[in-house]
Design a protein around this ligand. Sequence first.
Ligand code: UDP
Ligand code: MG
Length: 323
Amino acid sequence: MRDTQPELSVVVPMYDEEEVLPIFFERMHPLLDGLGSTYELLVVDDGSRDRTAALLLDAAKDWPQLRVVRLLRNSGHQAAQSAGFRRARGRYVVTIDADLQDPPEVIAEFLATVREQDVDVVYGVRSDRSSDSWPKRTTARLYYRLMCRLVGKQIPFDAADFRLVTRRVVDAVNALPDDGRVFRLVIPWLGFPSTEVRYVRAERAAGTTKYNLSKMVRLAFDSVTAFSAAPLRLATWLGLLGGAMSGLFVVGALVIKLTGRSIPGWTSTVLAVSVIGAIQLFCLGLLGEYVARLFQSSQRRPQFLVGYDSLEDHGHQDPVTNR
Ligand code: UDP
Ligand code: MG
């Protein structure tokens, strides 16, 4: 399989997934073998600190289609997908999470759909979110509403990173600059013909979520700043509003002064200072987000570095330590 181009690449970003791996292999192996297409299972180990890499390499010994790519350090879910897109060789590329929340059986449906219809993207869309916790559902709903407004109507609701794309899309994505890429927005934004397959999302098969709060907030900020300058304008509007309000304050204060009913204005002072202070800090923060984005893209640093790829392994390197 080394030299032949597989029909399908299944890209799986993994970060500290040792608990889920045995179940993952057990479910994936017969399923992919049974698809009737040549494939590579391209696992991108996103700098895991647990036994994920060791388990993967062990499994790859008697599973030639399992290809292990290791990033040098934890670079995040989106960067790991970028790495997968760069390295994948398949004519079709499916991305799927490691935790089996997205049932891999749907991959067969993706393939059938893309072969039947003349499309380049097949989104997996969750028809039911009851397996997610209430805060997750609420924040997710907010996120998708906001993103639909920012990117335009064409982003499919509740489609995360479970999808199939054709080689055309992979090449288009790889041609984009790499910084802060959010796949679930970039792919709809490219505008290739697409369709949806609905599925029911399950619970995480084992282990705990690898998306902590700061990673979720990061994703939300990257999503907004990558697609919209509207927040910057929000700052302008808030500034105008603040200006108008302080104008009213000045007039009010003068009237009070002139009518001789001047009172020690502690409350209003504190109120004004804190409200305006909050608005200013918020706007500064917004500016900071965009400046940071510009800064990062001007640095032109790679989002990830690949330390090991089992496809290029000639036996000189210890893949677990990268030495
Ligand atoms: N993941 C990753 N790098 C990270 C965090 C997560 O590659 O820094 C992977 C993780 O192993 C999983 C996928 O991204 O395959 C989605 O993560 P998870 O299921 O924990 O997120 P949730 O479903 O809770 O949003
Ligand atoms: Mg998950």
